[in-house]
Design a protein around this ligand. Structure first.
Ligand code: NOJ
Length: 474
């Protein structure tokens, strides 16, 4: 169990050995979509389909990290970070998702890992951050059960290649977003609007995770940590939390956003409160699947951006700051956006308390399971001043509040072992293309010049001190 202590001036300190990291993902930063034998991915196809991404942006160049990784690693070292979460592009190392590896793709990640080792930065690899080999997508992608087996095979290959250099492995990134945005809502690759495909993807992603954990464990040296990263959406009730309809609505929304992946992983069953149309039907769930999914894991990766509030109200007669519930819930309940919470350019309310609550809740639900915040950060309207600096005060405040919430959660018993800010660099923000900047380092895309923002300096100061200063009063 980790502990945090109060330091001088009200600062809260983090435990020794805490991972201070930054996170990225292959399709969002690498570019070089067909270099050195890489196969096409579902995101190459999607971003090149007219109308799918704002402004017609693609990841063809992105941050050009395929070529500029030494500079990016040096940047992290200059900020005093000791951890880096990045993803492997599956079609770069296994172009069609089956068969032999692509030696040039493997060589690229070895070079990145060697660069990190030279800088004293511990890598955490995400095996799948949404860019599926297009050849597998053509066969149905995650809606097809076979993809789970291909994923496990790929995981085993990666463990055999990189196991000596990587001690922290994340199977999947935000599978809930992948199945909902990719297969149900059509907003991400592969762009489907097909509930049956989404439900199948839910089950096969979970199965793929479970089989990959087995493959990783078989090939990795003892001591390597294996886990998964989920998007987290704490759901809270304002007002009378004992009201039956509010509590029921909370259970449903929590089950659909969090439990649909969390419960099979931690407890080996699908959540009872999720809508029937979201839960994989028995025909998809073969004997032994839930046991395979419910593998012991060494940690849970928590991606946290925002929270959900519910209160009593009339969905047919909404008041200010109210919205219709996102799913079918009992009458008399609305979602509510407390006006005192700021909202980022993504339209996401800023709520550090949600992170605090969520970390404690997870520690209660899975005592002893290590937690890492594998993503946290915000988009902001960043610009370079005539003096050549980026003074992203909103992001400094956001990070300050969220790091303070992490330290408080540790002090109060949360089993949190590290934090990876999203993101190291401004990058390709999926359906928003380059219209949203999340980096602590500004990227001037036409020149690829990197400019650390004020938030990078702030984050570096917290990482170096291992403590977060007290929040301003008020
Ligand atoms: C979570 C995703 O994992 C990441 O790829 C994305 O850029 C951030 N959310 C911000 O939307």
């Amino acid at each position: 169990m980790t502990t945090a202590a109060s330091g001088t001036g009200g600062a809260l300190s983090f435990p020794p050995g805490f991972a201070w990291g930054a996170a990225t993902a292959a399709y969002q930063i690498e570019g070089a979509p067909d270099a050195d034998g890489k196969g096409p991915s579902s995101w190459d196809t999607f971003s090149h389909t007219p109308g799918c991404v704002r402004g017609g942006d693609t990841g063809d160049i992105a941050c050009d990290s395929y070529h500029r990784y030494p500079e990016d690693v040096a940047l992290m070292a200059s900020l005093g970070l000791n951890a880096y979460r990045f993803s492997i592009s599956w079609p770069r190392v296994q172009p069609t998702g089956t068969g032999p590896v692509n030696p040039a793709g493997i060589a690229y990640y070895h070079a990145v890992l060697d660069q990190l080792a030279g800088a004293g930065i511990a890598p955490a690899i995400t095996l799948h951050h949404w860019d599926l080999p297009q050849a597998l997508q053509d066969q149905g992608g995650w809606a097809d059960r076979d993809t789970a087996y291909r994923f496990a095979e790929y995981a085993g290959l990666m463990a055999a290649e990189f196991g000596g250099k990587v001690a922290r492995w994340i199977t999947l990134n935000e599978p809930q977003v992948l199945e909902s945005h990719g297969y149900r809502l059509g907003e991400h690759a592969p762009g489907l609007r097909d509930n049956d495909a989404a439900v199948a993807a839910t089950h096969h992603l979970l199965l793929g995770h479970g089989l990959a954990v087995q493959a990783l464990r078989a090939a990795l040296p003892a001591g390597a940590e294996v886990g998964i990263t989920l998007d987290s959406h704490p759901v809270q009730v304002l007002g009378d939390s004992r009201a039956e309809n509010l509590e029921q609505a909370r259970l449903v929304i929590d089950a659909e956003l969090n439990g649909i992946f969390l419960e099979p992983l931690l407890e080996g069953r699908y959540p009872e409160h999720a809508g029937r149309d979201l839960v994989p039907p028995p025909s998809l769930v073969h004997d032994g699947d839930l046991e395979a999914i419910n593998q012991p894991i060494d940690f849970l990766g928590v991606n946290y951006y925002t929270s959900v509030y519910l209160r009593s109200g009339d969905a047919a007669d909404l008041r200010q700051h109210e919205r219709k519930p996102r799913t079918t819930v009992p009458a008399g309940v609305v979602e509510y956006r407390p006006p005192e919470l700021e909202v980022t350019p993504m339209g996401w309310q800023v709520d550090a308390e949600g992170l605090y609550e969520h970390l404690l809740r997870l520690t209660k639900q899975a005592p002893g399971l290590a937690l890492y915040v594998t993503e946290n950060g915000c988009a902001a309207e960043d610009y370079v001043t005539p003096e050549g600096v980026v003074n992203d005060v909103e992001r400094v405040k956001y990070l300050h509040e969220h790091l303070e919430a992490c330290a408080r959660a540790i002090r109060d018993g949360a089993n949190l072992a590290g934090y990876y800010v999203w993101s190291l660099l401004d990058n390709f923000e999926w359906g928003y293309g380059y219209q949203r900047r999340f980096g602590i380092v500004y990227v001037d895309f036409p020149t690829q010049r990197r400019i650390p923002k004020a938030s990078a300096e702030f984050y570096a100061s917290v990482a170096r001190a291992g403590a977060v200063p007290a929040l301003p009063a008020g």
